[in-house]
Design a binder for this molecule. Structure first.
Ligand code: ADP
Ligand code: MG
Length: 218
């Protein structure tokens, strides 16, 4: 079962991953954007970690909604409201349960990703964060048999799918967001938002596998 502490550790790991990758995210946002994606997310996730430490929310839903609110209020770019909506809507879907199982989390995340699509009007193939989020979610709902049915296995499959999805944005022409203003010139560049979405799933898999290996030592 996944409790508030699990979600807090996930977002803390995500903040660390964003911090490490910030320069690269900004670099990806240079040719097809305005070179601020890394600094946007670093500012947002720094605020998320500070708020989680200060307020110590005690349910998974409260952790995610607080984090989402921080992203919306601190990130100026398009990605702030989009990621903020993702976390807030996912948190809302989890309600006030003290613990949730993986299936319930996957279902809530589906609501969150649907809200991102509704807010931004994008679909997979438009060269946005959805090109990583949607395949990750699909993998989470239906993990590969060979990866087993443990929490680590499902999250590992989601991490791999998100990374593949991010890499696969390179040959696409952007149809949403700032990059779409470039038309065909957006082709040949990896989408920064899909890349940061892959980082979130990498942090999730890392958090889950840390739990699994702790469990195996019991
Ligand atoms: P901005 O484009 O305002 O500078 P960021 O640079 O922080 O914001 O984020 C850019 C990323 O946001 C893009 O790489 C893309 O993945 C994502 N994005 C932009 N517009 C949309 C949209 N309408 N739907 C989904 N994702 C979007
Ligand atoms: Mg930008």
């Amino acid at each position: 079962m996944l409790d508030a502490d699990f979600f807090r550790r996930w977002l803390t790991a995500a903040a660390a991953a964003v911090d490490r990758a910030a320069d690269r995210l900004t670099e990806l946002d240079s040719p097809i954007g305005d070179a601020d994606h890394g600094s946007n997310l670093r500012r947002g996730f720094t605020a998320v970690v500070a708020a989680l430490e200060k307020e110590a929310p005690d349910t998974p839903g409260a952790v995610l909604t607080l984090a989402g609110r921080q992203l919306i209020s601190t990130v100026g770019g398009a990605s702030g409201p989009l990621y903020g909506t993702l976390l807030r809507r996912t948190g809302k879907a989890l309600g006030d349960a003290a613990e949730v199982d993986e299936a319930r989390f996957a279902e809530a995340l589906r609501a969150g990703v649907d809200a991102v699509a509704a807010l931004g009007g994008a679909a997979p193939g438009d060269k946005t964060m959805l090109d990583a989020l949607v395949p990750a979610l699909d993998a989470l709902g239906a993990p590969d048999d060979s990866s087993g049915d443990t929490v680590g296995g499902a999250f590992g499959a989601a991490r791999d799918a998100a990374l593949q999805g991010a890499l696969a944005t390179t040959p696409l022409q952007a149809r949403k967001g700032r990059a779409s203003y470039l038309g065909e010139r957006s082709i040949g560049h990896q989408d920064p938002g899909a890349t940061s979405s892959a980082l979130l799933f990498e942090a999730l898999a890392e958090t889950a596998s840390g739990d699994a290996s702790e469990g195996s030592r019991d």
